[in-house]
Design a protein around this ligand. Structure first.
Ligand code: SF4
Ligand code: SF4
Length: 160
């Protein structure tokens, strides 16, 4: 299935170390720079997100967020307020290959990169670690299938 983003904001919550605002051009337009590559681009806060951009507070648990990340508390969703003009690396970023959700659609785990499992349900940690130790295959497809089976056997929904 096609990748979709759950708008948790996690990935952008550390991007303050990568991106910075070089100059404000008007109330909602900014020159924005990637400090690693030196690329600079103009970004604009999208019309429907302007109020959120101006009024919402950055949550304390976001240590170093991108200056354009905002949390809508009512919806519990994070928004990139410059979504339409965001940099290419933001457009290309996908945080999972395999997504594991519970009955309510909450994220339980993600397989990121080739074989990195980011487990968010600590109740499964022990079982996962035992299982992971026994997963001894050089074949990535077999590894994926075994991981998918592990979660499906526990009644969880797996999206690939
Ligand atoms: S890309 Fe992933 S980490 Fe980033 S906001 Fe979406 S779901 Fe969260
Ligand atoms: S520009 Fe948008 S997508 Fe990119 S790091 Fe900032 S908030 Fe995230």
């Amino acid at each position: 299935m096609a990748y979709f983003c759950q708008q948790c904001g996690e990935c952008c919550s550390v991007m303050g170390q990568v991106f910075s605002i070089v100059r404000q051009l008007d109330e909602f337009r900014f020159l924005f720079r990637n400090e690693y590559t030196g690329d600079t681009r103009e970004v604009e806060v999208a019309l429907p997100l302007r109020r959120l951009f101006l009024e919402s507070k950055v949550p304390a648990h976001w240590q170093n967020p991108c200056p354009f990340l905002r949390l809508d508390n009512a919806q519990g969703l994070a928004f990139c307020t410059v979504h339409l003009t965001r940099p290419d690396i933001c457009r290309e970023y996908e945080c999972w290959r395999i997504l594991i959700l519970d009955e309510e659609g909450r994220r339980v785990a993600r397989v990121m990169e080739r074989r990195y499992l980011c487990l968010e349900d600590e109740g499964l940690r022990g079982e996962w670690e035992e299982f992971h130790k026994s997963l001894d295959t050089p074949d990535d497809r077999v590894w994926d299938e075994a991981v998918i089976r592990f979660f499906r056997d526990r009644g969880l929904h797996v999206r690939v």
